[in-house]
Design a binder for this molecule. Structure first.
Ligand code: HPA
Length: 273
């Protein structure tokens, strides 16, 4: 895999992806963030050597390089999901490539359902810990030890310093930022009432279909990572209405400005440090 990663990174360097400091993964419906970037280069996923091969969603996906607040960033507009048929290794390949390009931190966003009913749709949740319910690991492959420790420690997977920074930014800008546990499922079907009850019992505050594989790989690479969920729906098993994916997308777009503010300010703190 090392050879493939280097080949992909070399291609991107030739395209102008010059030593980015921060990697950013934008979740479903969270594309307005792109407007904040002074874009210097961009490549569609289907032109990038060794990137996972095409699906419908994939054709919209782009890797973008540019500056925000004077900090060099590489941004994934759209990510790969297990529910599209990709493997956990496919889904996390871009994280390995961004690390090879030189990123020192990774910021991740996603759209998620609120299992904790004290949280409202349209609000944000800082992920403090997670539960992997995807039935697989991106580290379960032959040769993984050539890229990092097989038995990767996950005792504190979300970087404490970055979390504290984001909490203090949210406080000073009066942004509601819950903190909690994110459970990852494969999807693409939404959950049953019984599944939402189960998620609550096991300690989840939010549920979504992404993020955990990328965070496991970031930890494998010793790459500090932080993640924010945009809560798009309230998962109340006793009052569950059919979920409309268009509503989820609309709610993600509505809440995105707060997420943009937090990401922008945390990036700014890199330009000052
Ligand atoms: N479940 C799983 N994934 C989701 C949800 C949900 O309720 N909302 C947004 N992504």
């Amino acid at each position: 895999m090392i050879k493939y990663i280097e080949e992909t990174a070399d291609y991107l360097k030739q395209k102008g992806f010059d030593s980015p400091q921060i990697g950013i993964i934008l979740g479903t419906g969270l594309g307005q963030f792109i407007d904040e970037i002074d874009i210097k280069a961009e490549v569609s996923y289907n032109h990038i050597p060794n990137f996972p091969t095409a699906t419908v969603e994939f054709h919209k996906g782009k890797l973008i390089y540019g500056e925000i607040e004077g900090v060099k960033v590489v941004v994934m507009q759209g990510r790969f999901h297990l529910y599209e048929g990709y493997t956990t290794q496919d889904v996390t390949y871009p994280v390995r490539v961004m690390k090879a390009l030189g990123i020192q931190s990774l910021l991740v966003s996603n759209a998620a359902g609120a299992v904790n009913l004290n949280f409202n749709k349209g609000e944000l949740m800082l992920i403090e810990d997670h539960i992997n319910l995807q039935g697989g690991s991106p580290l379960a492959f032959k040769g993984v030890e050539q890229l990092g420790s097989r038995f990767t420690d996950m005792s504190d997977p979300y970087d404490k310093k970055l979390r504290e920074e984001i909490i203090s930014i949210a406080d000073s800008h009066q942004v509601t930022l819950h903190r909690g546990v994110y459970a990852s499922v494969v999807g693409p079907q939404l959950e049953t009432k019984a599944e939402y009850r189960y998620l609550k019992i096991i300690g989840a505050d939010a549920v979504g279909m992404s993020t955990v594989p990328e965070v496991i790989v970031a930890n494998h690479l010793d790459l500090p990572v932080v993640a924010i969920s945009v809560l798009t729906d309230e998962c109340d098993p006793d009052n569950l209405k059919p979920i409309d994916i268009n509503e989820i997308m609309a709610m993600a777009a509505k809440a995105e400005p707060d997420m943009i503010l937090l990401f922008k300010q945390v990036i700014k703190s890199f330009s000052l440090s």
